[in-house]
Design a protein around this ligand. Structure first.
Ligand code: GLY
Length: 329
């Protein structure tokens, strides 16, 4: 080992061992925090479509004991919902009239998988899980992801727009105004995070992305650390809203890291929304983004840029929709 590398290794070791008095390790800070609504198991997911998704996830958790199975099966409800215009194959297309889909899944031990810009696969969350479990990779994109789905025996759907999506697309074609907006009328993405009775966490996130986006555009949802992040030592977070704004601050990773430093899930979501607003000042009045978070004790929180964001919270006492507080009123 070179003397420089030896020096660096020794410095790192000594940093770990000799923390100055009064400075706590992140794990100690996490243990010290003021716990409010802790209770586990707990599953939370974005928007009102989260209610049906939570219900499924809860029953899968009960039946299989697996929080990973729960978050996969839960969001599959929304992926398959013909009424959803912002998550599944029935969603709004891109500006070429093609529906392209993104998803990610993550376990508390750091294992993760994702797919992006994929066509014709109804349950991309299952495809993301297969990337995690059946390949040495984290992310597959586009045609490669579609071919992988075929190789795994997954059925492809016909590429036909849902009549409501087609009508909206034909309307959009009249002006072809390219304005990447996500707001309350046009909300998106289901993100689901959960913790089991033993404190094991998992999360999933799936979307058809921005309506009438550029062909090839990918948002935050399939990007580990942006749309989703899970760490069994601390907790989990997921995001919704305009992906570009979330990617710029590594939003979900940052929420989890702030919880590691002692913030509650609510405080962490609020701080990251503040950071996101700082980094995205232009056009902030027209852009929605929000986060939900849960820690390993089942304490949770949620916060958004603008009013209108809500999330579904499932625990032993039931499944309820909560309105998130927001930075602007
Ligand atoms: N949050 C989903 C997207 O921006 O695509």
């Amino acid at each position: 080992m070179s003397s420089r590398r030896k020096f660096l290794k020794q410095s790192l070791l000594s940093t770990t061992i000799f923390l100055p008095e009064g400075i706590k390790k992140s794990t100690e800070l996490f243990q010290d925090r003021n716990v409010k609504n802790a209770r586990k198991p707990r599953i939370i997911s974005t928007w009102n479509h989260g209610l049906a998704a939570n219900e499924k996830a809860w029953s899968v958790l009960r039946q299989t004991g697996s929080i990973l199975n729960a978050v996969e099966e839960g969001v599959k409800v929304t992926e398959a919902d013909p009424a959803s215009r912002t998550v599944g194959i029935y969603g709004f297309p891109d500006r070429e009239g093609i529906v392209t889909l993104d998803a990610s899944i993550m376990k508390g031990n750091g294992e993760c998988g994702s797919v992006c810009f994929v066509r014709q696969v109804k349950h991309r969350i299952t495809l993301a899980r297969k990337v995690m479990e059946e390949t040495p990779h984290v992310m597959l994109a586009g045609e490669g992801a579609r071919q992988f789905a075929i190789s795994q025996g997954m059925q492809l759907e016909e590429e036909v727009l849902h009549p409501e999506s087609e009508e909206a697309y034909l309307e959009w074609l009249k002006e072809k105004e390219y304005r990447p907006i996500i707001n309350i009328e046009n909300h998106d993405t289901i993100g689901m995070i959960g913790v089991d009775a033993d404190g094991n966490l998992a999360g999933s996130c799936t979307t058809s992305g921005l309506a009438f986006k550029m062909h090839g555009r990918v948002g935050d949802s399939p990007i580990i650390g942006a749309g989703l992040y899970v760490d069994n030592e601390v907790g989990a977070a997921t995001a919704t809203g305009l992906g570009e704004t979330i990617i710029k601050v590594c939003g979900s990773f940052l929420v989890v890291e702030l919880m590691r430093q002692g913030r509650s899930p609510q405080e962490a979501c609020e701080e990251v929304v503040g950071r996101l607003i700082e980094k995205n000042k232009d056009g902030i009045e027209d852009m929605q983004a929000g986060f939900i978070a849960v820690n390993k004790d089942g304490e949770y929180g949620g916060y958004a840029v603008h009013p209108g964001f809500n999330y579904a919270v499932q625990g032993e006492s039931g499944n309820t929709l909560e309105d998130a507080r927001s930075r602007f009123s």
